[in-house]
Design a protein around this ligand. Structure first.
Ligand code: SF4
Ligand code: SF4
Length: 104
């Protein structure tokens, strides 16, 4: 099934006042096709014990700073995993996460 394209309002959602997708599920920030060199750039305190993704505190990624829905930032933004780069404001994952935090 094709996903609906985000409308202009969704596409303008500001990640820095959100952080929902970084706090939705510990299963989301998992590593995929990153090279060993790319993964080595992620500080080890933020990596899960099984080394298959980001370490989460409950469902929230440990690299997320701030308060969801108010002001947030990724503290490893420059070296974040591929899945984090793929999530865009207004896409399906974004809308799912925002809805869970009452941000729609
Ligand atoms: S849920 Fe959407 S708007 Fe919020 S941080 Fe993630 S991509 Fe950005
Ligand atoms: S690494 Fe950064 S962008 Fe990815 S889930 Fe964690 S805080 Fe969010």
């Amino acid at each position: 099934m094709a996903l609906a394209e985000p409308d202009s309002a969704e596409a303008s959602w500001d990640c820095q006042t959100c952080g929902a997708c970084c706090s939705y599920s510990s299963e989301w920030p998992r590593f995929t096709m990153e090279s060993d060199e790319a993964l080595d750039l992620i500080p080890p305190q933020f990596v899960a014990a099984d080394e298959r993704g980001m370490r989460c505190d409950n469902e929230r990624c440990s690299a997320l700073a701030g308060r969801v829905g108010v002001s947030t930032s990724c503290t490893i933004y420059e070296v974040r995993p591929d899945v984090c780069r793929a999530c865009s404001p207004g896409d399906h994952a974004c809308r799912t996460a925002r809805a869970a935090f009452g941000l729609i």
